[in-house]
Design a protein around this ligand. Structure first.
Ligand code: DGT
Ligand code: CA
Ligand code: CA
Ligand code: ZN
Length: 593
């Protein structure tokens, strides 16, 4: 087992997943809750916005939601001594290669174990050899199909480079920016690149500084206390590596020319190419230093201290970084017709929240009570929210039980509206009784109509059978959306960043149906989902479809993720009018009636 005091979040998450797998192999039934606890902790750590090691240094390990007391104790030992006796004991006797194999999609603990043990192999390279020579197909219960799936998974895992999720990138950049601001020669500082454009994932972090003393600023940068290595340091730029193998590039410029630097390194590449082409037609040449006449290299460069004047010189409005993807923003900016993009302050509600209300006790239940969630919503100045717990599972309840459970939740929500909301809230005026309902593989809903009647409105979403062919998937979704109580298609592509591609559906057909029947598409603000993705948001907005924003929070702190949904809405050109939950409570009530 690889252990070290300096493990990064990804490595720790992998370690906890390995422990969960070991429990699963040893006695899955008896360890059921331990397995869930370890997997949940792994997810929490993988998506945490700070390095766990740093939190441990500050004695804040217990503030990470999802890490229970006993796991926290083992992690404490891990950081103190470089290993955990408990983890080692659980994983004892298992071949280390199995954990590597388990990172392939479709390979679970049992398969990973059998591949490592029965083939006697130690690496992914060995596994590939075994698959190519037909050895896997010959194992009992495997066959040609499993073998070719493993080969495909191996191929796909090769080219993949992991990109940071937006919150992690933001927090990492924030750490560097705080450090840089301690230097007096730093006059202005901004993020650049995909981070400034608020893209869903970020490859590396780029930062700009305006200064009159470049050398001093770059020197300070390369003394960043958390850096693990310096890649290069020049006159105007430097690059370092910080924990989790993340690259941070710094570029400096004098304050008079800072606007051109910002513009140039914010990108995107495609926006810059299109802008350069436009400028060339006007006989101008653009660079990180400014603008000059294209055919006259002796012509003095015109400098810009901010971006507004840079774009203005080209006859354009300033273009918000989120729109700089060469998807029509230059034309709009030239005719001064850029949209007024929605802002976080416009949001009056959160329309996907899971509380701990035990509609279904064993699967994906929220960690905060309804009251705790309402208090948090109130502190965010929301006017209303919707509780959207998952539907009670059909396999474990009969129809009557499902209806009873839903009636019980209806009563609980009514009671909250009569008492708690009135007595405790300054801005929240109403909580809605909603439900996130699985779309069954054939398109039906697992809730009988009598249960649907208890709801104010419902969300539907895909949580299984992700691989249906396009036609089938489309009719499946349309069938679910047909029910009059259903208003929202939640996390419509079902993608998970770095984990799972979105489903295949006929989007124009879905858009058309939503438009005609007043159904809404969700922008799920969970940073691992950000779904609808920005490019589809843009198409939906163009069609005039309404969007519903929800954090999909499973803990009261999750309500704070709305900001990430806003980045997607803005990148998709959405204005306040395109978003359902910018409406006042009165208007919203009319919309769902
Ligand atoms: P990323 O890091 O993969 O998430 O994407 P970006 O957009 O941050 O790309 P990056 O870090 O390679 O470069 C930052 C921006 O700088 C990029 O959007 C376009 C702009 N840029 C302009 N000229 C150049 C150049 O010569 N080299 C690079 N690398 N970027 C340039
Ligand atoms: Ca970058
Ligand atoms: Ca870069
Ligand atoms: Zn969901």
């Amino acid at each position: 087992m690889k252990t070290s005091k300096e493990m990064n979040n990804l490595q720790i998450a992998e370690l906890l997943r390995s422990v969960a797998a070991a429990y699963e192999l040893k006695d899955a039934d008896r360890n059921k809750f331990r397995i869930i606890a370890y997997q949940r902790a792994a997810d929490a750590i993988e998506h945490a916005s700070s390095e766990l090691k740093d939190l441990w240094d500050d004695a804040k390990l217990d503030e990470v939601p999802g890490i229970g007391k006993s796991i926290a104790e083992h992690l404490d030992e891990l950081f103190r001594t470089g290993k955990s006796k408990h983890f080692e004991a659980v994983m004892k006797g298992l071949p280390p290669a199995m954990f590597e194999f388990m990172e392939l999609p479709g390979v679970g603990a049992k398969t990973g174990f059998r591949l490592a043990k029965e083939l006697g192999i130690k690496s992914l390279a060995d596994l590939e050899k075994a698959a190519k020579s037909g050895k896997i197909a010959k194992l009992e219960g495997f066959g040609e199909e499993s073998q070719s799936k493993i080969l495909t998974a191996l191929e796909e895992s090769k080219g993949k480079t992991r990109r940071m999720l937006l919150p992690y990138a933001k927090a990492t950049a924030e750490g560097v920016i705080e450090w840089m601001k301690q230097n007096k020669s730093v006059m202005e500082i901004n993020t650049l690149g995909s981070l400034r454009r608020e893209a869903a994932t970020v490859g590396d972090i780029d930062i700009a500084v305006a200064t009159k003393k470049p050398e001093e600023v770059l020197g300070h940068f390369t003394k960043y206390p958390k850096l693990t290595r310096i890649i290069e340091k020049g006159d105007r730029t430097a690059s370092i590596i910080v924990p989790s193998d993340i690259q941070v590039d710094l570029m400096v410029q004098s304050p008079e020319a800072y606007g051109a630097l910002l513009q140039h390194f914010t990108g995107s590449k495609h926006h810059n190419i299109a802008l350069r082409e436009y400028a060339l037609k006007k006989g101008l040449s653009l660079s990180e230093y400014g603008i000059r006449e294209a055919r006259n290299s002796k012509h003095e460069i015109r400098k810009f201290n901010d971006e507004e004047s840079f774009y203005k010189f080209l006859g354009m409005e300033w273009i918000p970084p989120e729109l700089r993807e060469d998807s029509g923003e230059i034309e709009s900016a030239l005719s001064q017709k850029l949209p007024v993009l929605v802002e976080l302050a416009d949001i009056k509600a959160d329309l996907q929240i899971h509380s701990s209300f035990d509609i279904e006790t064993s699967h994906d239940i929220g960690a905060s009570t309804m009251e705790e969630v309402i208090e948090r919503a109130d502190s965010l100045n929301y006017e209303y929210i919707a509780f959207t717990e998952h539907n009670p599972s059909k396999s474990r309840h009969n129809e009557k039980q499902i209806i009873d459970l839903l009636m019980r939740k209806r009563e609980a929500v009514d009671k909250l509206n009569y008492s708690f909301v009135k007595s405790h809230c300054k801005s929240v005026q109403k909580v809605f009784n909603s439900l996130e309902i699985d779309i069954l593989p054939e398109g039906g809903l697992p809730v009988p109509d009598e249960g649907m009647d208890t709801l104010d409105f419902a969300l539907v979403s895909i949580h299984s059978s992700f691989d249906l062919p396009r036609e089938k998937m489309t009719s499946r979704v349309l069938k679910a959306l047909e029910h009059p109580k259903v208003r929202v298609f939640a996390h419509p592509t079902a993608r998970k960043l770095n984990e799972r591609e979105g489903v295949e559906v006929d989007w124009p057909k879905i858009f058309d149906f939503c438009l005609k029947n007043d159904k809404w598409l969700e922008i799920n603000a969970d940073p691992i989902r950000l779904d609808l993705p920005d490019t589809l948001v843009k198409e939906a907005v163009k069609e005039g479809i309404m969007l519903s924003m929800g954090t999909d929070a499973h803990h009261k702190n999750g309500l704070d993720n709305m900001q990430y949904g806003i980045t997607v809405a803005r990148r998709g050109w959405a204005t306040k009018d395109d978003i359902v939950n910018t409406r006042s409570l009165k208007e919203f009530e009319k919309m769902i009636s």
